[in-house]
Each structure stands twice: as C-alpha cells, then as structure tokens.
Design a binder for this molecule. Sequence first.
Ligand code: IVH
Length: 680
Amino acid sequence: MGTGIRPRIIRIVAEEMDIRGRIEDLRELVRYHNRRYHIEDLPEISDAEYDALYSELESLETEHPELVTPDSPTQRVGGDPLEQFEQVRHAVPMLSLANARKIEDLREWDARVRRLLGEDETPRYVTERKIDGLAISLRYENGRLARGATRGNGTVGEEVTANLRTVRSIPEKLDDDPPEVLEPRGEVYMTLAEFEKLNRRQEEAGKPPFANPRNAAAGSIRQLDSKITARRPLTVYLYGIGEGGDLYESHSGALDALKSYGLRANRYRLHDDIESVIEECEKAAGERESLPYQIDGVVVKVDSRDQQRALGSVAKAPRWAIAYKFEPLAGRTRLNDIIVNVGRTGALTPQAVLEPVNVGGVMISRATLHNEDYIKENGILIGDEVVIERAGDVIPQVIKPIAEARTGAEREFTMPTECPVCGEPVSRPEGEAVTRCVNARCPAQALEHIIHWAQKSAMDIDGLGEKLATRLFDLGLIKDVADVYELAAEQLVPLEGFGEKSAENLIQSIQNSKQQPFSRVLYALGIRHVGSVTAQLIGERFGGEDLLCGVPAEQLAEIKGVGAVVAHAVAEYFDLEDNRALVGRLMQLGLDFEREAGRPSEGPLAGKRVVITGTLSQPRSYYVERVEAAGGAFTSSVSKNTDYVLAGEEAGSKLEKARELGVSVLDEAGFEELLSQLPA
Ligand code: IVH
C-alpha cells in the first residue's frame, strides 16, 4: 500500500512546483511585454500573443489562489469600490503654469528670466509637449509604488492609488537604483483612438459620451470603482519630480533618471536660446493634429535646478517655466440642420450640419450628435446656436446649445423609422441608445461585413485583409460576402500587386474557407451580439435550415448561455428578407450550414457544464470524453454556470468553490449513475 502512495505525493509536489515556476515565468513575461508596449513603445509580440500569456497566468492563478501575490500583473485590475477618496497633502505643492498665448510672450518671459538670473548666468531651456490630461503624483518608497494622487487644488489632492495601479504604463516596481522616496509627477491621458472607442462603447451602453479625451481621463481616474478604471485605456507621461526632485541637477537629468527607473518620461528637447524654443513651439503646433494624443501647448522650462531655485515661484506658478498654449479646439456656431448617417456597423448617427466655423485652424461644417438621447438630454434644437469641440482628427461634436440665444424658430429633431440608405425599417432595442439598420445587405454596411467575414477568428481567409477587401469593394468586384466566393483569378490578375500565382492563392484560400464549420459561418455573418462562443452554442442546437425557417427568439433563449438580447438579435436577423436571401446564396455556394455535430444536443448532459477535479480512477481524458459523448461540455473552472463537479480524491479549491456556490457535486459512482440514463 505504502508503495502506491509515495510516488503520487512526489508527483503532486512536483506539479505544484512546476505551476509555481510557470506562474513566476508568466509574471516576468507579462511585466516585460507590458514594459515593451506601454513604456518603450516597442512591442515584441502581437496583442493576441500577449493576451494568451496574460490569460494563462490568470487561469493558473484562479486555479491556485494560494499562489496569487499582490504584485502580480493580474492584480492591476482593481480592487473593491472605495467609499470615497482620502485626501492627500502634497509635501511639495503641485504648481500650475503661467501661459504664453503669443510667441511674443515667450520672448518677454525669456527676457525676464535672463534679467532675474543676472549676466553671469545663461539659461538653457527644455521643451516638452503639454499633454491635455489629468495631473497626478506617484509616490515610490524603496522602489515600490506606495501612493498615487490627483493634483487637486495643488496642495491637497485625492488618493487614487488603486486606480493608478490599473494604468499599465505605471510600474509597480522601479528598476535601477531609485532614491528611497521618489515622487514622479505627470499627466494621465487617453489617446484619441481610445477616446473614440470609449465614446462608442459609452453610446452602445446608453451612457453619455465624454466631450474630450481630458474629461475621459479625468473621469476614469476619479472612479470610485477601480475595476471601471481598469477597463479604461489610460497612459501616463511623467514630466517632473516632486519629493526627491532635489537630487537631480537639471530637469533633463531628472527626466533621464525617470526613464532609467523604467518610468514613461516625457520626451524633451534642449535649447540654447529662446529662438530655438520658438521654432520648437511652431513645429509642435504644426504636428498637433497628427499626434495620437491631444496636446494643448508646449511647456518651456529652465533646465538647471540651481537656476530654477534662484528664480523661485510667484503665487501658484514657478517663474522658471511657462506654457505656450495653442488655440482652443472649441467654437460657437449655428446648427442649421440634423441629418442621419448610417455607419459601417449599421448605426444611425445624427449629424449636425453647421454654419461653417474655424476651430483651431480647421473649418468645421459637420459634427456628431452621437444619438437620439444625446440630443434630447442636452436639449439641442435645430436652429440653435451651439458650442462645438474637436479633438485631433476625431469627428467634432456638438457639446451644448446656447439657450439664451434662442429666437423661438428652433425645432425638435426626430429619428427616422427607416434606414436612410436602404429604406428597410430600423430598430432600437430596449435599453440601447443606438438605432440600427440590421439589413446585412444595406450598402452602408456591406464592406464592414466583408472585412469581418474574412478575418482570422471568422472565416479565416488568408490574404483578404481590410485593405484588399476595401479595394475590391471600391472596384465593385464584391458587394457582399457571397460575392467573395464568386471571385475569379482572372479578375484579380490585372490588379496592381497581383500576379497569377498570388491571384490563385487568394482564390484557393477563399475556397478553403468553405470548410469552416457552421459555428464559424454563423459568427462571420456578423449578427449583433453573436460572438464566437455564442455562435458555437447556437450552431450546436440549430442548423442553417432551422434558422432560415425562423426559430422564434424564445426558443433561442432556451439555449444555455444565450440570453434574451442575443436571441432577439438572431431572430431579427433571420426575419429580414435580404438576410435570408444572402444566407440562401451562401448555402448554394457550398458553405457549411449543418448543425454542428461536435457535441450532441441530446443526452443526459445536454447543455450541461461539467468540471472535473481531484484524483479519479481513470485518466482525465476518459471523463472528458464521456461528458462530451453525453452532450455535456467540459469546462476548467467552477462558476455559477457550472452544473456538476465530478470530484475525485483530494479535490481542492474547485470542490470548495462548488460547495460555496451550491453546484451539484458527484463522485464517480454518482457520475456513472447519471450516465447510465444514456440511451444505448
Ligand atoms: S510642468 C511646476 N510639464 O499642465 C510645473 N505640466 O498648466 C508644473 N502639463 O497641472 C507642471 N504637460 O497637468 C508640466 N510637460 C508638462 C506638462 C504639464 C501637461 C499640465 C499639468 C499642469 C498643467 C499646468
């Protein structure tokens, strides 16, 4: 008996050590790639590869909660909601900056600096971009992030450590040999692309969009629930040091040091005279529109710390620094009309037709009004005088009306009930802010559908990326996804960049995609809310023929994992004549619309999720096969969606969790009994 037990204990210990080692390796890897991506801007691996590492770490930690440590990169996702923010007194006040509106103001400032320093001293200047975000302070003690705070009123700020920990470009631990106390300061911001994405998400969730990236960043950091902050893609640029700053002889030296500690420091340039500074300001003004984030000026600082100390501060701003401010990106004009656009995802977006106005050097005549609710909630009427704002290349938006300027001739806007492009009825599901056209053949959406169709996670048509799809679409060679299968090599060969071989290859990969199983096809159709997992669940229950005949939403909602919203979207999709015609054509072209046989939809475990844990008398694979043969799905972690946990000897945390959640626990005998109900 003894001989049977010993080797098993050794195996378990070895396994545990293996896991511990793997977790540590994964943490190192994730930290390293975080740094390459967020701090050095030099990613080495694709987002998907990064996600794979991250989720492997996450699931190992879920399975081994005892191995989770607070410094694991997964712990950056935020803790429990805070009651309210604590106040933080800044040991060194966080000052603001005097502004230079004109180039001439810079020359005057330079003259004053020189006068105050006296003839023996020549200032060297540092310029940095002035990013439009939220000022924050980070306090590192012995190289570890101990506290993060907002600027607040400059003397007292809010303690937002948990939120700042979720910002991936803020390291938990510093490299090199930082001083015992180091308080880097900088700006937390959101890139324009992320800002746009966030606003789209806000709209989809029926929440008000943010007016600009600054508000979005500030709103994200001042969240009481850091889990929300964690989902907001924030970045940081550090531009100075509060406590510990005296250790560096120059500002540029301090920024270099921040970089060597692994922090994301602002880029800077050194200048020997103000004319060179002015050149830089003019250059930055020209680049303003092409940067991925919003800047509202250039900050000019005296580089030498001694000179800074000699110059000192007045009121709330240092004499040794000044902000050259660009023109604001907001303006006022008349809203002449509201028209409705249909986007590539079918969303109907009201657009403002404006009396043309110059905003920061660009003539603006159109702006977005987001959606129906936005117009109502902000009380915007056609004919109103309105405030508009723009951010880089992001579509300008109407912020608010100037109610005082009304004449009485203004009128209300109403959303159309038919798609302005294809004429089909539009829908606005309950609880959603967006009105949509759900006709897959609506010309406004066709290209987006084709791009989605071809991508790796859908039909995986190698070589048919966004660029080529757009080209073929613009040339009129493909108008919908079915056309893709009717493309001939002869049509491609004359196109620039194509030879006979590459044309043949593309046609081949298009044809190969016909082998994709039905769940992929279903996902590729791009039905709203139908992701690949949902498509799998539906595809295992219904085939294409069933869906074409019209499966009612209630029946779809009976599938485990398919909710009412998804069920409604699927039923609505197959309700539309044009969509049915498209699916019919795809069937004729030979795509797979067969219900997926991978897992039978009948059997004692149909639609059930089973978790296996502990030591059983047979190898694990034996039970997995039995579960699947009985129509069930084998999953690795226990949740409230788990139906059964098959627990062997020495079952640990999964068993505990099952008990906690009240999930049925089976031993081997119970499991066999359940399966004995299987028809022969
Ligand atoms: S230096 C004592 N540098 O601008 C110097 N500020 O108007 C204090 N800002 O509250 C700030 N980029 O949030 C500095 N490179 C930069 C900056 C910057 C943006 C913001 C900062 C500050 C505000 C002052």
